[in-house]
Design a binder for this molecule. Sequence first.
Ligand code: SPV
Ligand code: MG
Length: 493
Amino acid sequence: MKKSTQLKNLIRSNQLETIMEAHNALSAKIVEETGFKGIWASGLSISAALGVRDNNEASWTQILEVLEFMSDATTIPILLDGDTGYGNFNNARRLVQKLEQRDIAGVCIEDKLFPKTNSFIRGEVQQLADIEEFSGKIKAMKDVQKDDDFVVVSRVEALIAGWGVKEALKRAEAYRQAGADAILIHSKQSDSNEIEAFMKEWGNRHPVVIVPTKYYKTPTSLFQELGVSLVIWANHNLRASIKAMKETSGKIYQDQSLLHVEQTVSPLEEVFHLQNEEELGHAETLYLPQSSNKNGTILVRKPEALAIQAEQLEQLKANGVNNIVTIPVQESITGELVSLYQHRDKLGGDTIISYNDIFYKPYILKELLQDKNDITIVVDADGRGANGNPVITSEAHSKLLFNKTVNLQSMTTIGNQANVHGEFIGLWKVSEKGAAIINKALEDLMNSDRKSELTLADLLNRTLALHPVAVHYIKSSWLDRETYEKVQEAGDN
Ligand code: SPV
Ligand code: MG
């Protein structure tokens, strides 16, 4: 449903409705997620958030910019506190056009003079607009709106300026006749006596909106009984945020540490959620070239191998593998596969997986990224696996293989055997489907009595029972940690 129609329905509904203040897109989103059916874009709050006074110090186009963000971030209607309409009838009707273009559902204008002052500051000395002039402004606004459901609320400031209920009623009736969709009757008293007196005379002539900031003790049920249509909770998100920010800033300043505030502030995940980060993640999978959107998992079996791991990380990133997680897999602690199992939620799909203590030439990674098999391991055809994982494949490396797929037949732990076709270097890749298969194999192996002794070789052998594992041959072009350090030393001399 159009936002304007939603707001019109709120104002015309038979029951009391409430809308909540917001002053930027973030607070607007929070208001919507809380469950409110509408947003009050408060002039006081928006100007305060911009660091200026509620005296039209922010220009109307600056307010529009804030509103545009608020409207883009939400699906519920926004009623703008449009002050006096930022000028005469001509400025006010241009405002309506600009609001409609931004899908703002309605605007409230008050019968004071531009530049206005907040109603709670020196209310008695505030001058009221001429009734006829203000009625003309309302007519001009209603005449220019394109969408029939766009809402214009006329705010009566007679009680604020100390003119009494009779004047308030006179003005309200004039604005009703000028075409306003609702009357906002404002009061700065700490009880609701004025509002009650107004409502008793007004009856149900036309929808009435109130702002009980000062008479906050009055039970909301009374407003319903009086026949009020809409209550505005006008500035409480702004005031809540000021208090929370002061407390947090104060605590951090005092402690020079984040330790005691981390649990009291919103988690970063909440921030990302409010920014709709999820949607961008999804869109990236649809629209970005896949090579710049790959996942990487580094299996940290040698935590001390920092230099080689840093090089590997740099190379992964240089090749568009941006989403990288690390998983500790120290055999000596829990056993390689047990620790992998403990962190299995990080084993996602479409992922390059690599031990942290190996380094390989960039072309290997590029070729692996283009590989279309579900599970592919990189095998050095020159290696015999004296210290690593010797593999037996469906076919030994030769030029004739060219485009042919070679599959793993088994991974052994005994190197230098005659039937070995090469050595698994610790670099492999899984598709979404491949990751699910690996997870299943991992799950199966956790039933084993020897689970703490199991290694990646056992995992790949178990996987073979479920799905083929492709072999991507290379010829040397990679370094284990010992060789890497030797090469570095030689280079330094
Ligand atoms: C606002 O929220 O800016 C209002 C309401 O106009 S009040 O501050 O109560 O005047
Ligand atoms: Mg205001």
